[in-house]
Design a protein around this ligand. Structure first.
Ligand code: NAD
Length: 317
C-alpha cells in the first residue's frame, strides 16, 4: 500500500485528509508540531512524527519511505502574521521550501495548501485562477511564495506538484474556541449553546464557503495529477453567502432564534470573496462541490456530540 506524508495532519483539514487516506487503505505518516493541531485529530492507524516542517532534520526523518507529500502545515492565520511576521514566515514559507527540498531528492509528488488570500481584494468576481495576485497580508504573501517555489521546484528540480487555493473551508473538527477559527464553526458553536453571535458591519459581506469533503477530494485528485508545470486551482463553490444569511441559516439548523449583535465594521475587511469553481469541477467531476446547508447540519451534529479522544491504533514517535 502507498504511504503518504501529511504535514499538519493533526489540524482541521489534515485530519480529514488522513482519515480519507486510511479509509481507502493507504498508509499515513503525519508531521505536526501540535501548535494548533490536536492529538485527538490523529486518524486511526496513522503514525505521528512530532516536529517542525521548517526543521530539515525532522523533515528528512519524516519523508523516509513515503510515496508522496500532502503539505498542509501552516500557521493558518492572517492575524498571527501581523503579530509575528518572521515567525509565521518561517512556518509558512521556509517550511514549504524545506518540504520541497526534501521532495526533490526522489521527485516525490507534492500537493499543498495555498489560499484565496493570494488574491486580496478583487473587483471582478468570481475570481478565476488567472486573476492578478495582490495579497494584503503576510499570510497571503507567503502562500503566493509557496506557489512560486513549487513552480521553481518543477522547473529546476523536476518535482511534480499541484497547489490549491482554499476559500473559506468548513466542517467538523474546526476548533470554535480558536481565535483564528472560521466564522461557521464559531456561529455553530454559539447558536448550539443558545448564545447570540456578533456580526461586524451590516452582515452584507459575502464569502464562498466550501465543505472540507470537497477539499479532501481535490487534494486526493491532486496527488494523482501533480505535474512539473505546478498547476494551482481554486477550491471553492462559486456560490456567495452573506454573513447575515449564514447566521440565520445556522440558527435555523440549531433550532434557535437568530440573535445577532451588530458590531462596528472591521478595518481592512474584504467585502466580497467568491471563487470560480470551473477548474475544480473539471478535476472532481459532476456532483461537486457540496452545498452549504447539508454541511452545516453535519457541523452542528458534531458539536452536539463533542470532540472524540485519541483514536485507538494511532502511534506517536
Ligand atoms: N481552513 C481554511 O479555511 C483555510 C483556508 C485557506 C487555506 N488554508 C490552509 O490549509 C492548511 C490547513 O489549514 P487548517 O484550517 O487545517 O489549519 P489548522 O491550524 O487546523 O491545521 C494546521 C496544522 O499544522 C500544524 N502546524 C503549524 N505549524 C507547523 C509547523 N511549523 N510544523 C509542523 N506542523 C505545524 C498545526 O499544529 C496544525 O495541526 C493550511 O496550510 C492553511 O493555511 C486553510
Amino acid at each position: 500500500m502507498p504511504l503518504y506524508l501529511v504535514t499538519g495532519g493533526c489540524g482541521f483539514i489534515g485530519s480529514h485528509l488522513s482519515a480519507a487516506l486510511r479509509a481507502r487503505g493507504d498508509g499515513v505518516r503525519v508531521l505536526d508540531d501540535l501548535s494548533t493541531g490536536s492529538l485527538a485529530n490523529l486518524a486511526p492507524g496513522a503514525e505521528l512524527v512530532r516536529g517542525d516542517v521548517a526543521d530539515h532534520a525532522a523533515v528528512r526523518d519524516a519523508i523516509a519511505g513515503v510515496d508522496g507529500i500532502f503539505h498542509l502545515a501552516a500557521i493558518a492565520s492572517v492575524e498571527r502574521g501581523v503579530q509575528d511576521w518572521p515567525g509565521t514566515h518561517r512556518a509558512n514559507l521556509s517550511g514549504t521550501i524545506a518540504m520541497l527540498d526534501a521532495a526533490r531528492l526522489r521527485k516525490l509528488p507534492f500537493v499543498y495548501a495555498s489560499s484565496a488570500a493570494v488574491y486580496g481584494d478583487q473587483a471582478v468576481l468570481p475570481i478565476t485562477e488567472d486573476a492578478p495576485k495582490r495579497p494584503l497580508s503576510a499570510y497571503g504573501a507567503d502562500k503566493l511564495g509557496c506557489e512560486q517555489h513549487a513552480l521553481v521546484g518543477g522547473l529546476v528540480h523536476g518535482i511534480p506538484s499541484m497547489g490549491f487555493r482554499f476559500f473559506n473551508v468548513f466542517g467538523p473538527r474546526q476548533d470554535p474556541r480558536s481565535p483564528y477559527s472560521g466564522v461557521i464553526s464559531i456561529f455553530c458553536d454559539r447558536f448550539s449553546r443558545g448564545e447570540g453571535v456578533d456580526i461586524f458591519g451590516d452582515g452584507g459581506q459575502t464569502r464562498d464557503f466550501v465543505h472540507v469533503s470537497d477539499v479532501v477530494a481535490a487534494l486526493l485528485a491532486g496527488m494523482a495529477q501533480a505535474s512539473v508545470e505546478a498547476p494551482v486551482l481554486n477550491v471553492c463553490t462559486g456560490r456567495a453567502t452573506s454573513v447575515r444569511e449564514l447566521a440565520e441559516t445556522i440558527a435555523a439548523a440549531c433550532g434557535v432564534p437568530a440573535e445577532i449583535r451588530q458590531r462596528p465594521p472591521r478595518a481592512g475587511e474584504i467585502r466580497h470573496s467568491l471563487g470560480d469553481a470551473t477548474r475544480l469541477r473539471a478535476l472532481l467531476g459532476p456532483g461537486a462541490p457540496r452545498g452549504l446547508r447539508a454541511g452545516l447540519e453535519e457541523v452542528v451534529a458534531w458539536l452536539r456530540v463533542g470532540r472524540p479522544g485519541l483514536v485507538p491504533g494511532s502511534t506517536i514517535r
